[in-house]
Each structure stands twice: as C-alpha cells, then as structure tokens.
Design a binder for this molecule. Structure first.
Ligand SMILES: O=C(O)[C@H](O)[C@@H](O)[C@H](O)[C@H](O)COP(=O)(O)O
Length: 295
C-alpha cells in the first residue's frame, strides 16, 4: 500500500507518480475537493493558494467521461516502491460531481506569486486562473484576492501583505502558532526547470527573506521581470502543499530535492520548501521522476 516519504521537519511528505497528466489531474481534483470539505467543516473557510505556470492546466486538463476511469499511480520513497490501481470517476474540479459537491462559497483564493501586469494581460496569473478555473466555479468574487494592478511592484506587495493581515484578523486565514506566519489550508504550487517555486529563484537574495509575508522582485530571470511573491516563511507554514511537477525538463531538480544527500550551501528553492507542520505531496509524472533511483 501507500507509504510516506522522508519527514525532514516532522511533517509528512509523499511522492505520487502518475502514468499521464490526465491521471494526475483526476487525483489532484479529488485531493483538493477533500481538503476543501475538511477545512470548510473545521473552520468555515478554505484558503487555497494558486501559482501560475502549468498548474492551472492540471486543474482543468482532461475531458469528462461518464464511465469510471481506471488510474494507476505509484507511491515512491527511498527503498520502497509500490503500485496501486484505483478506479475514479474521470472528473475535474470544474465538472460534475465536484462542481455541485464542493462548497465553493467557502473558498478564498490567493496567488503565491503574481506578475506585476494588468489583470487582463496575457502574462497575468490571475487571468490564467480566471480563464481556466475561476470563471467556471461559483466562488464569490469578493473572495478572490487578485493583486492591485494599479500599483508598483513594491506597492502591490505591501498592499497584498496588508490584505493578508486583515484576513488573519478576521479569522479567514489561520495563523501558525509554530511560526507566527499565516497558515494557508492548501497551496497548489508548480516548480520551474531551474528549481524555483513562486517567484523565489535560485541564488536570489529573496530566498532568504525571513520577516516579510509578501515581497517583490524586479529582476526575475523568468519573464516578466516584475513580480510579487510569498516568502518562504509563509510557504512553509502551510497546512498542505501540492507540488505539481511534470515533464523530463524538471527531472534534475526533482532528483536533487528528493535526494538524501543535502548540502546547505547550494540548496535550490524547491529544497527550501519544508513544511513546519503539514503535509507536502508531490504530484508528478514518470518523466519528472526519471532520474530517481527507486521509482
Ligand atoms: O508566475 C509564475 O511563473 C509561476 O507562479 C511560477 O512559480 C510557476 O509556478 C513555476 O515557474 C512553474 O511553472 P511551469 O509549471 O509552467 O513550469
């Protein structure tokens, strides 16, 4: 059966490897819907954080099928491999049954990073998520927290941080008693081929930010250059992280992140994503884990 992987900070870590992007998307929809139900019942709100990039495709990717879909995935941890076959309805978050069964009124949506461009610009992560996901589900518009696109990068980061602080005060966002930073229920993240997450890039001083909740970058190596981003203390205070990584182009950083041998001097941002008290799940495909030993 399934097994948990390494637990570096006492938190849980799991690696899921899927046969196809469709299978990954089916599982991600089920995982997200279950967490939404759990937090809506426990706290009366579900705080979900999105990234840009290919993640949104994973929330909307495949076709609807009326018949159950047989999906295989693999749980992998050092020295252990198991294959599990499961039947799921071939469904995504924006289709039945989730469209009706998820309590969308409890959702509050945030971005782990955003490009400093107008909301209707092709580069906007808000636009990407709106077109592919948010426009298809009935989340109250007042609970979708886009950046203020009239501000500079610095101003937008300050404004977003102030918004988060207000929502912590109102009890919409939980606080981590362990870290003193906001504790989002679920962060749905992607990783770039260089091992970056959010807009925290390898070798950039922002990876060391310890005080701010939200900060800004004006020299992002991935275009466009101006962005705002959550900091590591906020990412690492999450209750759950789903790290969605597919494709052979990302196999190098995946191998490095999951390797037992770590040297603190050259950590990639993905290796710095270590939950203090939460569950970190990798949603991957076979090409992304092709450099791992025990797959
Ligand atoms: O604004 C962005 O560029 C993203 O939020 C970024 O952090 C993204 O998640 C990764 O770069 C992975 O992107 P891909 O999945 O497209 O490689």
């Amino acid at each position: 059966m399934a097994t948990d992987g390494a637990t570096p900070a006492g938190s849980k870590s799991k690696l899921l490897v899927f046969d196809s992007k469709e299978d990954l998307a089916v599982s991600l929809a089920k995982y997200t819907a279950e967490l939404s139900q759990k937090f809506a019942a426990e706290r009366g709100a579900f705080t979900a954080v999105l990234s840009g990039g290919s993640l949104i495709d994973s929330l909307r990717f495949f076709d609807v099928s009326p018949t159950p879909h047989r999906s295989r995935f693999f749980w992998v941890s050092p020295g252990f491999t198991d294959h599990v076959e499961i039947c799921w309805f071939h469904s995504k978050l924006t289709e039945p049954p989730y469209l009706e069964s998820v309590d969308w009124s409890k959702w509050h949506v945030f971005w782990v990073d955003e490009r400093v461009v107008p909301k209707d610009h092709e580069d906007s992560n808000y636009k990407l998520a709106f077109d592919g996901f948010l426009s298809k589900v009935p989340i109250p518009p007042g609970q979708v927290y886009a950046i203020n696109d009239a501000l500079s990068a610095e101003g937008a980061a300050d404004d977003y941080e102030a918004c988060l602080k207000q929502l912590v005060k109102n009890g919409v966002i939980a606080m981590s008693t362990a870290t003193g930073f906001p504790r989002f229920d679920l962060q749905l993240l992607g990783m770039g081929p260089d091992g970056h997450i959010a807009s925290l890039f390898p070798g950039h001083p922002l990876v060391n930010e310890k005080e701010r909740w939200v900060t800004y970058i004006k020299d992002s190596p991935k275009p466009p250059p101006e962005r705002i981003t959550f900091t590591f203390p906020v990412i690492n205070s999450s209750a759950y992280i789903a790290m969605v990584v597919t494709g052979a182009g990302k196999a190098g950083p995946v191998q490095k992140a999951l390797s037992d041998k770590k040297t603190s001097s050259d950590l990639l941002p993905i290796e710095m994503a270590v939950l203090q008290d939460g569950e970190f799940t990798w949603f991957t495909d076979k090409p992304a884990v092709s450099l791992l030993q025990n797959k």
